[in-house]
Design a protein around this ligand. Structure first.
Ligand code: NAD
Length: 501
């Protein structure tokens, strides 16, 4: 498809000026855009400028109840749930096509809403479209089973949709995290209620209108903007929601499990926080290249990444030299105007996150880590924090343990494989880990011993849809991406038939 993407900062600014006055800010319930039942709204603000972009419907329990009953009704009508998988595929492919046609608009919404650079947002939207396509293509290729019984019976193992899925997502990759949840849930035939983050609701609302245009029946895909403690909690406590698909913090993930226990034991799939170790051995071939990757692994998306390589573990024999190279790489990754296609980093999502990250930097100083960058912020109204690097970090330090979710790198030293693995696994989290070495035996040994849902060897963050994405320990229990995600949104049903001799 030929889509003209704005090329310069001025082009993006011009597009923003035409887009902002006509933003959709209402909830999407049962196929229509509506105000919240209470009439309440909340402001969504561009963190790079402080400008209020829109006042968005602030849904609460009443809206959740309405949306859940519409979702249940849609499921019972079966126009989507009982549609042949191949037909669902066509609709989802149509949605992907519409997203592609509007990719620059969707990318701009995410950039304006949460401050990430426009080039990153374009990559995210391409990822979201790829996710829709991969998953849609998968749905008519996943088979049930015939059990190995004797001739007197037939045991069928069928996969059925769960029913109503509530997808609760964060703000750091607004549309991509949304796609990772809604694509498999919809492909499997469920009715989906999406609760975007209150910090980035705009692209989800645009997606709703594209989904309607693609032909998703009313009630099958709904969007409820609003706060976690109001509409999010109501969805999580609902007796009529069958599954919570969550991406967000570990603290909220724990709450959701409790809500499920207090209500109907709905399935809870959690994709939570991380504190990924990125382990560099002295035998790496091209240290400059590795240093570049190590810097990008933490500073990409302003460090607001669940799999950010926030703990850099470097073999002591090369540590001094390697940190110098990372500092050099970080120099080229300074934050800039998110609408400038050349910017590598943008603004922090909001004042709260900005203050939180600055608090961690202060803590690092107080606890005795060696600050290797200035630690200063940028002047002006935007919430910009430059790359910040601490060396000599230990697991006892707050910055060595807690998820910062900002552009702050903690460097640790190690002398042996055993020490590296002990440091890497000394964390409540287990989402991702990186290994840089030329020694294949070491790579295999350590890959197996890392307590992590994903291990990246001589790269950071595999880019495509073919492998599962998720964590262990307090990073959660779910798996996004790949065909494994598709089966998470189905229920296994046994049909046992006795056959006449
Ligand atoms: P968050 O947990 O504060 O919010 C996530 C979502 O949950 C939001 O939509 C929020 O409104 C909602 N929510 C908050 N309280 C709720 C409640 N009581 N009931 C129901 N819903 C509630 O997280 P965040 O700040 O939006 O995102 C950052 C976190 O997300 C980080 O910890 C990051 O590591 C994690 N994350 C994980 C992955 C992954 O795949 N593992 C990906 C991206 C982000």
């Amino acid at each position: 498809m030929n889509v003209t993407i704005p090329a310069t900062k001025a082009d993006w600014q011009a597009l923003a000026e035409t887009l902002i006055p006509r933003l959709e800010s209402r909830a999407f319930i049962d196929g229509a855009f509506v105000d919240a039942a209470s009439g309440e709204t909340f402001a969504t603000v561009n963190p790079a400028t402080g400008e209020t972009l829109a006042y968005v419907a602030s849904c609460d329990a009443a809206d959740a109840e309405l949306a859940v009953s519409c979702a249940r009704a849609a499921h019972a009508r079966g126009e989507w749930a009982r549609l042949a998988p191949g037909r669902r595929k066509q609709t989802l492919l149509k949605l992907a096509e519409l997203m592609e046609a509007h990719q620059h608009e969707l990318a701009l919404l995410d950039t304006l809403d949460m401050g990430k650079p426009i080039s990153s947002s374009l990559g995210d939207i391409a990822g979201a479209i790829g996710c829709l396509r991969y998953t849609a293509e998968g749905i008519d290729k996943v088979y049930g089973e015939v059990a190995p019984t004797g001739e007197e019976s037939l045991g069928l193992v069928l996969r059925e949709p769960l029913g109503v899925v509530a997808a609760i997502v964060p703000w750091n990759f607004p549309l991509m995290m949304t796609a990772w949840k809604i694509a498999p849930a919809l492909a499997a035939g469920n009715s989906v209620i999406l609760k975007p983050s209150e910090k980035s609701p705009l692209s989800a609302l645009r997606l709703a209108s594209l989904a309607r245009e693609a032909g998703l029946p009313r009630g099958v895909f709904q969007v409820l903007p609003g706060f976690g403690h109001t509409v999010g909690k109501a969805l999580a406590l609902s007796m009529q929601v069958d599954c919570l698909a969550f991406t967000g913090s570990t603290a909220v993930g724990k709450q959701l499990m409790q809500y499920a226990g207090q209500s109907n034991l709905k399935r809870v799939y959690l994709e939570c926080g991380g504190k990924a170790p990125n382990i560099v051995f002295a035998d790496c071939k091209n240290l400059d290249q590795v240093a570049n990757h190590a810097a990008a692994a933490i500073f990409h998306n302003q460090g607001e990444v669940c799999i950010a390589g926030s703990r850099l573990l470097v073999e002591n024999s090369i540590r001094e030299e390697f940190v110098e190279r990372v500092l050099e790489a970080a120099e080229g990754m300074q934050p800039g105007d998110p609408l400038d296609p050349q910017s590598f980093m943008g603004a922090m999502v909001d004042e709260t996150q900005y203050r939180k990250v600055l608090g961690f930097i202060e803590k690092g100083r107080e606890e005795g880590a060696r600050l290797r960058t200035s630690g200063a912020t940028l002047a002006g109204p935007g919430l910009f924090i430059p790359p910040t690097i601490f060396d000599g970090v230990t697991p006892a330090m707050t910055i060595g343990r807690e998820e910062i979710f900002g552009p702050v790198l903690s460097v640790f030293g190690f002398d042996s494989e055993e020490e590296a693995i002990a440091l890497a696994n000394d964390s409540d989290y287990g989402l991702a880990a990186g290994l840089w070495s030329q020694d294949i035996d070491r790579i295999m040994r350590l890959s197996r011993r890392l307590h992590s849902g994903q291990v990246f060897v001589n790269n950071w963050a595999g880019p495509d849809m073919t492998v599962p994405f998720g964590g262990v320990k307090q990073s959660g229990n779910g798996r996004d991406k790949s065909l494994h995600a598709l089966t998470e949104y189905t229920e296994l049903k046994t049909v046992w038939m006795a056959l006449a001799p």
